[in-house]
Design a protein around this ligand. Structure first.
Ligand SMILES: [Zn+2]
Length: 306
């Protein structure tokens, strides 16, 4: 994830503080309240216990096994999409994990995040928030969506290779999302994607999610409206930031996408990419806030998108 830069070719738009009136009463509140931050936190604990989980590692393969095991318990099947990424340190085997949950329509809404941790050789990086929280959030979202009657087809995508091996650039980082966009463009499926919601670093116990201006404005509005509807407005800040994360390849391909990222992890973001990114800085409640906001956003999309 890169902060402070605009995505190539995207126009930055200064955020207007849009206060959209709440949508009509949610039809499936159970779907929203069904998301348990406590259960997601148990997933997070099991994932962090596997240690550093960089791309191509045995620990990341074990992470995939754990994700698949949890999904199987929810009656879901995780598909693995293997590819080899050309990186500054040579070819690295990577695997995106995709869960497809059918709905009434063929239109697809994707909820995604990365599940690998950045490779560091000089210290032990377990990435509780950065890599762990997104994976845990997606596992719990899968459980909730599996029990719900869905209007759209939902894909939960666990990206490999979000992190750069050297300095973040157009060719280093976002390997998994760039791979999926290329693949869907080639197969013609990209046009079925209605929206993509990317979560990253969402368990910080001091949660602050800024409006992100490489994201698609109308979709960001949907998320912020959903958060306010649930009473979580104070955690979603209109003061905008620019982040390059797994949403950007989709935006660049013309697909609506939004990035939900807390890039203020500890004062001055001091826990980010350090040995301090550990479970004790994370909270089940933050996972609840983000997970339920995503669920409420999906409900909003089901009501507003035809
Ligand atoms: Zn990171």
């Amino acid at each position: 994830m890169l902060s402070g830069g605009k995505a190539a070719g995207l126009l930055g738009v200064v955020a207007a503080a849009l206060l959209v009136p709440g949508l009509s009463a949610p039809s499936g509140l159970l779907g929203v309240s069904g998301f348990s931050g406590g259960r997601a936190f148990e997933d997070l604990k099991r994932i962090v216990a596997l240690g550093p989980r960089p791309s191509g590692s045995v620990a990341l393969a074990k992470t995939r096994q754990e994700i698949s095991r949890q999904l199987k318990l929810a009656g879901l099947m995780a598909e693995e999409d293997n590819f080899t990424a050309s990186t500054p340190v040579g070819p690295v085997p990577m695997t995106n994990v995709i869960v497809r949950i059918p709905g009434d329509q063929k239109k697809i809404v994707v909820v995604a995040g990365h599940y690998e941790t950045k490779r560091f050789s000089d210290f032990r990086f377990v990435g509780a928030n950065d890599g762990g929280s997104s994976a845990a959030c997606l596992v719990e979202l899968s459980r909730v969506l599996a029990t719900r009657k869905n209007k759209f087809t939902y894909w939960l995508v666990f990206f490999d290779g979000e992190e750069a091996f050297g300095d973040f650039s157009e060719t280093d980082g976002l390997y998994g999302s760039r791979h999926l966009v290329r693949k869907l463009a080639a197969s013609g499926e990209l046009s079925r994607l209605e929206a993509v919601i990317v979560v990253d670093m969402v368990a910080d116990s001091d949660l602050n999610i800024h409006r992100e201006n490489n994201s698609t404005p109308w979709l960001t509005d949907q998320v912020f409206t959903a958060a306010r509807r649930l009473g979580y407005g104070r955690y979603f800040l209109d003061d905008p930031r620019y982040y390059i994360d797994d949403h950007v390849p989709f935006v660049n391909a013309g697909v609506a996408a939004v990035n939900l990222l807390d890039f203020s992890y500890g004062h001055g973001n001091r826990y980010w990419h350090t040995a301090e990114d550990t479970l004790d800085k994370c909270s089940p409640f933050s996972l609840t806030i983000v997970g339920r906001t995503v669920m409420a956003t999906l409900e909003g999309l089901e009501q507003t998108l035809k």
